[in-house]
Design a protein. Structure first.
Length: 414
């Protein structure tokens, strides 16, 4: 039986960790040691690595290093158990660590057919993408599959060109898909083709210039006045379940998180730092450890519930119930947007139009309302951290700020 120990074996303040392999053979103990490529500071290894911390940077570092060391150990012990123990020595150990960092690449023969390669692409992305992204890949795959079947064709990677784009766009419109949804389909297909090109498969020279028409998003959000109406709904107008939903809606509008995250909030995640209530959680979509401040509006809700968050409900029930809450609050103003409606074939699709505002409310509105209402009040860098957008440009597009809006914001400082 072999075991692995990881040690910090250096007088330097920063060094690569050493790996020590220990095993017993024919009543004799053997110990061999080599360096890994995991570099840490002596302070981190001796004072922080094994200790529970509240510092997000340290928590993320601990997770990264522990995961890497676990992979090395698993790889090494797996090889050891399939090796004649009599050949194991320091050179063998060094060779295995080299193999871990520089695995022998096997030449893979990938299909040049779009759907077959798409299957490989989905498999490659399985561990690095969220469940939502995987659903998007699968829905695009099924659509392309139907397209091929109805047209009696097999699409090759190199066939994904401007001509195919026009034909596919028309097919999607026949099926009554919204323009922005069609744009997302093309973005996924282009991603598959770019991945194929990286692996040496021929692609169309037109691929890089693909541009698909996209409608400007309707940036529906709950204004401060809307929120005041929602918060002021008389108690006798709400059932217990609707009150529960109303409280979640307010929480989402003041924390800026996705439903997959805020609906998992618990009082155990809350802690006080310098007298300020913070909540720490891991984002389900990104896997990122987050710490955000809890605003007074959220604290007020917790106080009315003995320090507990509202009762959890399903995404679908929440989406249905917040429309009822907003209707009771009187959010009847006419608004342009998209909502799910059943088409002539009985399939639900998003359809553009003018609706009452409460009809357009979905679980995502809390995040957008937070970002929009606090833009210009809270520094943008803090808002971006909280919402999780990658760039400021993405954030500004998300809340629907035009160049004119940004210029007017800037004018306030003159």
């Amino acid at each position: 039986m072999a075991s692995v120990n990881i040690l910090y074996r250096s007088i330097k303040s920063n060094a690569f960790l050493s790996l020590r392999l220990l095993f017993r053979n024919e009543d004799k103990d053997f110990v061999f040691e080599v360096k890994t490529k995991v570099e840490v500071s002596r302070e981190y290894w001796t004072k922080q690595h094994k200790k529970k911390s509240r510092d997000i940077v340290i928590i993320n570092q601990q997770t990264e290093i522990k995961n890497e060391l676990a992979k090395i150990e698993s790889y090494l012990l797996g090889v050891f158990h399939n090796t004649n123990v009599n050949v194991v020595d320091k050179d063998w150990l060094r060779s295995q660590i080299d193999s871990y960092y520089n695995p022998v690449k096997q030449v893979e023969q990938h299909s040049n057919e779009l759907l077959k390669y798409f299957e490989y692409y989905i498999e490659c992305k399985e561990e690095s993408t969220s469940i939502g992204t995987q659903r998007k890949y699968n829905s695009t795959y099924r659509l392309v599959e139907r397209f091929e079947k109805e047209r009696s064709i097999v699409i090759l990677i190199k066939d994904v060109n401007e001509e195919l784009k026009v034909e596919f766009d028309g097919y999607c419109k026949e099926k009554q898909y919204a323009q922005n949804t069609i744009s997302k389909f093309f973005k996924t297909i282009s991603g598959v083709c770019n991945h194929a090109e990286y692996n040496g498969i021929e692609t169309s020279h037109q691929l890089k210039g693909f541009k698909v028409k996209q409608h400007k998003g309707d940036h529906i959000y709950l204004t401060s006045d809307d929120l005041q109406r929602i918060e002021s709904i008389e108690k006798n107008l709400l059932t217990e379940s609707l009150e529960n939903t109303r409280d979640w809606l307010i929480i989402s509008c003041y924390t800026g998180q996705r439903i997959s995250d805020f609906m998992r909030f618990t009082d155990e995640q809350i802690r006080l730092e310098e007298g300020k209530p913070l909540i720490e959680f891991t984002q389900q979509k990104t896997g990122k450890v987050m710490t955000i401040a809890l605003p007074p509006k959220v604290i007020d809700i917790l106080r009315t519930r003995n320090g507990k968050f509202p009762q959890k409900i399903s995404d679908q029930k929440y989406n249905d119930a917040i429309k009822i809450v907003c209707k009771i609050a009187g959010l009847n103003q006419s608004s342009e947007g998209m909502r799910m409606q059943k088409d002539s074939s009985g399939v639900f699709r998003k359809k553009s139009g003018i609706y009452k505002k409460y009809e357009l409310v979905t679980s995502h509105i809390g995040r957008r309302s937070f970002a929009t209402n606090f833009y210009g009040i809270i520094p943008t860098s803090y808002l971006i951290y909280t919402t999780g957008h990658s760039t400021e440009a993405m954030f500004l597009n998300y809340i629907g700020k035009s160049n004119k809006d940004i210029a007017l914001e800037m004018a306030k400082y003159f």
